[in-house]
Design a protein. Structure first.
Length: 445
């Protein structure tokens, strides 16, 4: 819908007709807000909808709701659609096609996965189902399978409702995109919130009683009782229709696009979770399913579709999440990613506080930086801490984006007052340590 709205802004209805198909019942809603709605922080589903189908129609977009596109015929230049309520079908002709089908949640092929009481969290209707379950009075123990950022956000939502929550993840630390030392700090802090973490042990089976999930059985044979199981195992790009139509994918499995969000099929554009992006540090094509990229890419595609010129500059792996008061964020490359990309680097890890240590409410924060050997270029940063810790990642994302060295970061004129940071902000202390590590490494070379 970002693309449609942008294209419409550039070309009026007399010049360009825009038809949008959506198989669901909502448009332009924040999936990112679903965990906070489930947790009762956001009051209603309506609050998550930025723009309704009626508003889009008023803006000159022919919105076909509850209508699924079932095939794309590039030679005839038509999409085939099916109205999910009326059961009717038809073709819609196009000159240009924008493909933005999002992603498909992972469901492990384990016994019991399709039982009642097992839910994913992807669309608004999942939120409706989960809230109904959580308010039924029958649910006391929730097991979340997958300790990624969505899994942890759901764990928080359930904990806020006073339920017993266990998170199961086959990785050694939650949110596997963090380095082990930062992940261990995160794991300890999550446990400190009263959430049970079962790590290094994947799901092998969903135990079922009377057709309903009653336990999660792990690979090691541990059986964790559950009244409700929530899957947070990540997503893969929704590319089936594209594949069937012959729209080329990249090696990452997402649709291959150029900087203007053009696919390799003539007159077909794509954006969002279904495409791959260029990682600016590794140079690799990667699929990163984040709303921040989807919105920017949709805007770029829409400007181009509307006859303008815009490009998407790539990603650097910035992400942020929270579970209760605990926050975690990262940017650039993790150690594993830096190794894979072939960088030689040094690291610095610092434990500091979110405010001056003498201020009430100063909370611990752990920060890690990776700096390239010799050049000292900041390759990546990770932060785990409490209130106010994680948004510091944005300063570091700008530094990574602009290829700054840790020495340059150390010299930045960052803000300081005791209620906001120590006089040496954790960003500066970590940059200083990283610079020392670069220098120590130089003297060894
Ligand atoms: C619980 C949750 C929390 C998240 N939190 C964050 C966060 O904090 N930060 C962040 O950056 N990102 C977050 N995300 C990710 C973010 O929501 C997605 O990256 C973003 O929504 C992707 O946008 P999209 O337009 O590509 O796909 P979507 O928003 O999924 O939209 C695709 C649409 O296409 C429709 N569709 C698919 N196939 C068809 C078809 N054949 N015919 C008709 N319609 C079709 C779908 O119904 C869907 O409405 C979160 C996601 C979830 C699920």
């Amino acid at each position: 819908m970002s693309a449609a709205a942008q294209a419409r802004r550039r070309r009026g209805q007399d010049e360009l007709s825009i038809v949008a198909f959506e198989r669901g019942r909502a448009t332009s809603y924040s999936a990112c807000g679903i965990p906070y709605w489930i947790g009762g922080v956001v009051e209603s589903e309506d609050a998550l909808v930025a723009r309704t189908p009626e508003q889009h129609r008023a803006g000159g977009i022919d919105m076909r709701m509850r209508t699924e596109v079932t095939a794309i015929d590039l030679s005839r230049r038509v999409v085939h659609w099916r109205d999910l309520d009326a059961g009717t079908e038809g073709d819609e002709a196009f000159d240009a096609l924008h493909y933005a089908t999002g992603s498909v949640p992972m469901r492990p092929p384990v016994p019991g996965i399709d039982s009642r009481g097992v839910y994913g969290v992807q669309v608004l209707d999942d939120g409706v189902d989960l809230i109904r379950e959580l308010e039924s009075g029958e649910v006391h123990r929730v097991v979340v399978v997958g300790g990624g950022y969505i899994g942890l956000e759901i764990a928080e939502a359930c904990q806020r409702r006073g339920l017993h929550v266990t998170v199961v993840d086959r990785s050694a630390t939650p949110v596997g995109t963090f380095d082990a030392d930062v992940g261990a700090f995160l794991a300890e802090a999550v446990r400190g919130l009263g959430i049970e973490l079962v790590l290094g042990d994947g799901v092998a089976e969903i135990g079922v009683r009377d057709g309903r999930a009653c336990a999660v059985v792990t690979a090691s044979g541990r059986e964790i009782p559950a009244d409700l199981v929530v899957l947070g195992l990540g997503v893969r790009p929704a590319v089936r229709l594209a594949q069937e139509a012959g729209i080329p994918l990249g090696a990452s499995g997402g649709i291959a696009v150029d900087a203007r969000m053009r696919t390799q099929a003539e007159g077909v554009w794509a954006a969002g979770d279904c495409v791959e992006s260029v990682h600016r540090l590794s140079g690799q094509r990667v699929v990163v399913a984040l709303g921040t990229h989807a919105n920017k890419q949709g805007r770029v595609a829409g400007i181009n579709l509307g006859g303008g010129y815009a490009t998407f500059p790539g990603v650097i792996g910035t992400a942020i999440t929270k579970v209760c008061e605990l926050e975690a964020a990262r940017t650039g490359l993790s150690s594993v990613e830096a190794d894979e990309a072939g960088y030689a680097y040094v690291t610095a890890v610092v434990d500091s506080t979110t405010k001056a240590g003498y201020m009430p409410g100063a909370e611990p924060v752990r920060m890690k930086m990776l700096a390239e050997r010799r050049s000292g270029r900041l390759l990546g940063a990770q932060i785990v801490g409490r209130q106010g810790a994680a948004k510091r990642i944005d300063a570091l994302a700008i530094a990574v984006w602009n290829e700054m060295s840790v020495d340059e970061v150390l010299g930045l004129d960052l803000s300081y007052a005791p209620p906001f940071s120590p006089v040496w902000d954790p960003v500066l202390i970590t940059a200083r340590k990283a610079q020392e590590a670069v220098e120590a490494d130089l003297s060894v070379c």
